[in-house]
Design a protein around this ligand. Structure first.
Ligand code: AMP
Ligand code: MG
Length: 341
């Protein structure tokens, strides 16, 4: 194999509501041949390969420089297919699937031999979900195999919510990007472990904790995700990050625009306020990430990419509540932040 060989990356438009069977068959052929392709889901764009083919799955890690110890979520198009991926699909999984599948909820369950250990990185569990997107579902159906797919960004970068974001990160590294427009949810799936009783929330995401609690009364929420846990200012993370410095102001949504602007000015250089309150009138340059929590969630990652595309020196994100969709948004915002105030 020639290392670093650059591929000619094709960008093919597909109708997200009514994808053409011909285009999907071409994409599915690539999956069957052991290639890696990018496709839209309702959460973010995925970088998919045949989850039963070890060599294909290795290409995912290479294409996005994914750390070797990070297991990948497997995407299925039916409950039957999900059941093939695991040794046990408990009644609770059935109830949750009935309520939330297809949709942005991922279950961790005991892995069957059907799934390559390259997907699960030698864990005895596998993470699976059924995406609520016609393109993703048709791709899985036409391929005839479950598709392992992390987000289609370079590791560490903001997740892609438009095909152009995938091209920015992976052009020349993969043969095909299916362009189905902007993703609707805008953050990754919620991940819960069903090998623990009670289940544990492993990652907040597109299904809120409040929605989960309407089906499971008992769910363990680790302190990192809990809103009543004080987050130490100045704490540093590195994930989903723009190159441009990002400052997250806790509760910025409810602070006065004057206070936000003065924090921005104190940063020096040219700040851009990523505003989350449509009532705010800023003196500094600002963009409105969204008028309501859903819109803020859908546009969050794209707004981080704007910081790198434009020549601002620092982004100032007005933090929102940890309730509802706020939990997933703030989880990403705090991981992306270079500074928290
Ligand atoms: P991403 O592919 O970036 O959406 O991330 C997938 C998420 O699912 C990561 O947080 C993984 O750690 C998690 N995950 C995948 N497989 C497993 C598993 N078998 N057990 C626990 N977490 C998992
Ligand atoms: Mg990711």
């Amino acid at each position: 194999m020639v290392e670093n060989a650059r591929l000619d990356t094709k960008l093919v438009s597909v109708d997200p509501l009514n994808p053409s069977l011909r285009e999907m068959q071409l994409a599915a052929n690539l999956i069957r041949q052991g290639e890696v392709i990018a496709f839209p889901t309702e959460t973010v764009y995925g970088l998919g390969a045949d989850a039963t083919n070890t060599f294909a799955v290795r290409k995912i890690f290479e294409a996005k420089n994914r750390p070797q110890d990070n297991p990948i979520i497997v995407h299925v198009a039916s409950i039957d297919q999900a059941q093939k991926c695991v040794t046990e699909f408990p009644p609770l999984a059935k109830r949750l699937a009935e309520r939330f599948w297809p949709g942005p909820l991922t279950f961790v369950l005991p892995r069957s031999e059907y799934i390559s250990s390259e997907v699960t990185k030698n864990l005895d569990t596998v993470a699976i979900r059924m995406p609520a997107h016609k393109v993703a579902l048709l791709l899985i159906e036409q391929s005839g195999v479950p598709i392992a797919a992390p987000s289609a960004n370079l590791s560490g970068k903001p997740s892609p919510t438009k095909a152009i974001h995938v091209i920015q990160d992976l052009n020349g590294r993969i043969p095909l990007v299916l362009d189905g427009g902007s993703t609707l949810v805008g953050v990754e799936s919620t991940v819960i472990s069903l090998v623990h009783d009670p289940p544990i929330l492993l990652r907040p995401g597109g299904i809120t904790l409040e929605e989960l609690r309407s089906v499971i009364s008992d769910i363990v929420v680790p302190p990192d995700f809990s809103s009543d846990q004080p987050i130490s200012p100045g704490m540093k993370y590195k994930h989903y990050s723009p190159e441009t410095k990002l400052v997250v102001i806790l509760d910025g949504h409810d602070k006065s625009p004057r206070e936000i602007d003065s924090i921005g000015r104190a940063q020096g250089g040219q700040p851009l306020v990523l505003c989350t309150n449509s009532q705010h009138q800023h003196d500094l340059m600002s963009i409105l990430v969204g008028k309501n929590p859903q819109e803020i969630q859908a546009n969050f990652f794209a707004s981080l990419r704007i910081l790198d595309e434009a020549s601002y020196d620092v982004g100032i994100f007005e933090g929102i509540t940890f309730e509802g969709v706020g939990l997933a948004v703030m989880n990403r915002a705090l991981k992306a932040a270079h500074e928290i105030v």
